[in-house]
Structure formats: structure tokens, C-alpha cells
Design a protein around this ligand. Sequence first.
Ligand SMILES: Cc1ncc(COP(=O)(O)O)c(C=O)c1O
Length: 384
Amino acid sequence: MNGNLPSSARDKTLFTPGPLTTSLSVKQEMLRDAGSWHYEFNEQVRQIREDLLSIAKVSKDSGFECVLMQGSGSFGVEAAISTVTPRGGKILIPNNGAYGDRMVKMARQSSIDFHELKYAENEKATPEDIRKALEDDPAITTVAVVHCETTTGILNPIEDIGPVVKAAGRTYIVDAMSSFGAVPIDFEKAGIDTLISSANKCLEGVPGFSFVILKRSVLEASEGNSRSLCLDLVDQWKTFESRGQFRYTPPTHSLLAFRKALEEFRNEGGVEGRSQRYKSNYETLMAGMKELGFEAYLPIEKQAYIINSFYFPEHENFDFKVFYRHLADRNLIIYPGKLTEVNCFRIGSIGRIFPADVEALIAAIRVALTKMNIPLPLAPIQSK
Ligand SMILES: Cc1ncc(COP(=O)(O)O)c(C=O)c1O
């Protein structure tokens, strides 16, 4: 919440999939410069890598490494796909949204052979489909699954898919961009070899880098795989290990902010504490939207408490741009939909927001619809 700030310094509240609202104290950490060669800074980077392993409940002793990568989350995903998929290998990508789609594009761009397992955007990937695809095609070496497909908010069952991938002797990559830190993930149970997330999602840092948590044995077996110089995770890891540094200019301010974000994460009770707050945000959101008559795109059992998609009201006065503007004028930022066939908008429950912020959003939505002369509660959606 920004309530302790003068209105001139008050930030917009972001109900988005990212970048997300961050705390004032996290932002304040960026008011310093750091020398990327300096030992104090390198110690902070080392600590961040260690802290990320401990949030994942793995460690160097249990054979895991954490490699930070400059850039947004997509840079981490592309680095993982490009580095971990062997030369001449083939990757299986279940695709039920924009981020599965992006992985397919990454494979294509890097000339990596791929098999796309296409699903509707409201369908979860299933272990059965993956088992069959792996049985049918021995050339597949690697499987990459999005955990929370932020396009809709659907949660793919990574802990059920993992054992199938492992039983078939393939390498398992999980894009946990919008879930890591807020949805418990059991690395061992899920058999995860490689997981990607970023600073500016549920750990509530600012944008600037992604991170990849992966087995050392996978890194060691991946030497020479990378189809990109900058996104080579093996080379990046070796430089961290030998010199304690990023290979190229690090996002210093973002890393300083992240140290603070991790401290606040611990103070909130880690994954458990954060998931409790996000669940409260989500419950407040769903109750408020239901009362206004909005309908969620996904059935309740498929929704995560990360981000949710709602159908546009079917009223002639509804215009998303006008609706958005009404909310933005009150410093409340929601997100357009990313669905290919249905008109939806999205509201996120993640970032430094609290149930009181969500209540303020619901109240502002009520006012916006009233100003647009749309009667409440909304009429049921006919075109589903
Ligand atoms: C599941 C998932 N994967 C990948 C990305 C891409 O991350 P970025 O936009 O930071 O590149 C996102 C972004 O929201 C995401 O939610």
C-alpha cells in the first residue's frame, strides 16, 4: 500500500501480471550505485543466488545451482531452452497460452526441433498426453512446461507431469515465472531439472533479471549447447563460480533492490506467508467481482490465486479502453486480456498489494460501470 506517501509521490497500484507493485523500501535501495567488480557487490550477488536456492528448498549440496541472467523473464526461459536442450535434441512443449506459444517461438528461432502439444486456453496440460507424446517420439530429449500460464491464470499440474517425464528419462524444464515464491513447488516430487522465474514477479523485486535454478549435472551436460552467446547459462554459471561476477554488465540497481525484496519476503513468512496474502487478495477479488456480476473465464477449480481473466460485460456501453481509463485515472492499473478468441481483461493478485487495495479496485470498478451507464449487477454472459 502507498498510503504513507504524499499523493504527489504515490505510485500507481498495479493489478497486472508484471511488472508488479513493489514496496517503497525496495525502490529506495536503488538510490545507490554499485561497482560490478567490487567484492561487496559480488558478495551480495552470491547471497542472492544462495537465497534463491533456499527458497526453492534445494542447495548446492543437493546438487543444484542458481544462475542469474540479465533481462526480463523471457531471457531466462530462452537461455534455459537454448542451453539445456542438447544439440540435435528435440523439445516437447505443451501449449495452452501465450507463454507456451513463446517457448515454441524460441525453439523455432534457435532451430531446435520441437513438438507442440496444443491445448485450448482453458484446458490444462495432462500427464497422460505427455506420456503418450514421449512414448510416440523417442527423439524428444526435453520437456518444457509453463506452471502458471499467466495468459489466463490456469495452473498446469507440474508435479503430476514431472514423474512421467522422469520415468521416460527426459529432462524437465518448468517456467515458474508467475508462481515461484507464491505457489509451493516441490522440486523433488516434481522431478524438476531446470526452473525459471524472474525478479519482478512473486518475489516483488524490480525488473532487470531472471534466474534459473537447475541441477549441476544438467549444467555440466549442457556445455556447448547454447545457440546464443549472451544466453549461455553454462558460461554465465562458470563466470559466477570462477570470478563471482556476471559475464556482462549486471543490472546493479535491480540486484540491490532484490536483496531488500528477499528480506521482506522472509519477514512475510516466505512462500507460505506470501501465498496467504495473495490468496486473500484473490478471494477478495473473486467475491467483489461476483457481486458486480462479472464472470471468470476459467472454472474455479482451474484458477490459481495469481491472476484471473474476466469476460467483458455484454452491454453496448462497455468499451474496455474507457473502462481502463476510468480506473487508471484513480491510479489503478488492470491488464488487457491476452486470449486469442475471447474478449477478457485480467486482474492480478500478486505484487505489493493487499486486500484493502483490491477492495479499492472493486469500488472503483463499480463507479466506472455506473459512469458508463451499465446497470449492476451485470447481465449473465450469453456468448460463452
Ligand atoms: C509464465 C510466464 N512466462 C514467461 C513470461 C515472460 O516474462 P517477461 O515478460 O518478463 O519477459 C511471463 C511474463 O509474464 C510469464 O508469466
